[in-house]
Write a protein that binds this ligand. Sequence first.
Ligand code: MG
Length: 222
Amino acid sequence: MSRLQRLALFDLDNTLVDRVSGFRLWALEFCRTHGLEPAEAEWMVEADGDGLVPKETFFAQVRERFSLADSVEELWARYRRRHSALIPACRGALAGLAQLRHAGWKVGLVTNGFADVQLRTIISSGVAEHVDGWAISEAEGVRKPERQLFEIAAERCGMTLAAGGWMVGDSRVADIGGGQAAGLRTAWIDRGRLWPDEVGKPDHIVADAAEAVALILAQLPA
Ligand SMILES: [Mg+2]
């Protein structure tokens, strides 16, 4: 195997931070403050579609289901301020990043999302202290899987994509497809899912970021 430079890029949501848990905490809090049954939090988790349902759509549904007087914009604004503060780092993820950097790796973050939300998540979860740089799609005007966002993250780490590296994430298209197109080796966090076919298979399929870190370190000993 040719020797790769020590650059490891990571996705944020459900890779380094447990967005699902944070969303559930937010939904439970929302139910409490609006006098709703706690069970409605699970309906909200479903309706959120793993964060992929547009928030205008989501909050329009929430407003209608619970007959709320607040506008979609007000509900969304409060959510933007609060949700990110409730998202914890994934178990073992921060320790893994620390291990990588200790072994001389540069660690970067490549994430699709709103600049204010992602930045708050990066800081409040503790991820900020464990990475060398990040690229957030809204702030840069380009989204994964486009190569440019990976390139920006690499540059923020003082590197380029030319000498390769790794991309770790849970999205098949944005993280794995994008990482491959950017010339990176890839590790897919399966979250209990199966890779659907032989096409575009990642180099590795792992349970979480900590396992990806162990693999990366094992393949390129310090
Ligand atoms: Mg993700």
